[in-house]
Design a protein around this ligand. Sequence first.
Ligand code: SAM
Length: 218
Amino acid sequence: MALVPYDDTHLWGMQKLHKPSSVYSFANHTIQIKQNWKQLGVAAVVWDAAVVLCTYLEMGDIDLRGHSAIELGAGTGLLGMVAALLGAHVTITDRKVALAFLESNVQANLPVDIQPRAVVKELTWGQNLTGFSAGEYDFVLGADIVYLEETFLDLLQTLDHLCSDHTVILLSCRLRYERDQNFLAMLKRSFSVHEVYYDSDKDIHIFKAQRDNRKGDL
Ligand SMILES: C[S@@+](CC[C@H](N)C(=O)[O-])C[C@H]1O[C@@H](n2cnc3c(N)ncnc32)[C@H](O)[C@@H]1O
């Protein structure tokens, strides 16, 4: 099992993960993200998958205005913040250990009038899901959260819990290992899954998934 979600072909990209900050421009806002690989590892740096999904959301095929969204495994929260800037009401989640860092990035970047549209909350996949109602969210967002095989069942259980028939899941991933494809195969047992975007420069796929009740009957 890889402890970090990268492989040798992308080691050049590791340099930027070790910088203390990174700056982005989305939704007419400059977002300066604090990073701290040494303190928190994968949860405290911005991954390409987040940047690509932010770019996709900004392209406007998906209208987030007035809709509810939840981000899983948010890390620094870039994606959730961009969703809020684009008009969504977002619950930005991660494991307890990552929350204070996440919260500080959100507070430092979201303008005060947007802050009420973004809530930071603990969500460890598969745990205490009753705190999150099924059908509460129009969108479930996840960037680079498919990488630890031992979390796949918990992540699937979380998606299953959060999604009603109308919920749209958007997952951005670099498919590094065979197990990542296995996750997609597992997801397809309950959800219709389609690739909606591929960034060939960054080698990031975006998948859109929606519950397919016919599959539950199989
Ligand atoms: C590769 S990082 C991606 C972070 C962010 N989404 C991004 O793309 O910049 C994976 C994230 O998943 C979170 N994560 C890992 N296992 C988790 C679990 N069991 N429950 C909730 N979050 C988890 C980590 O804390 C981390 O923030």
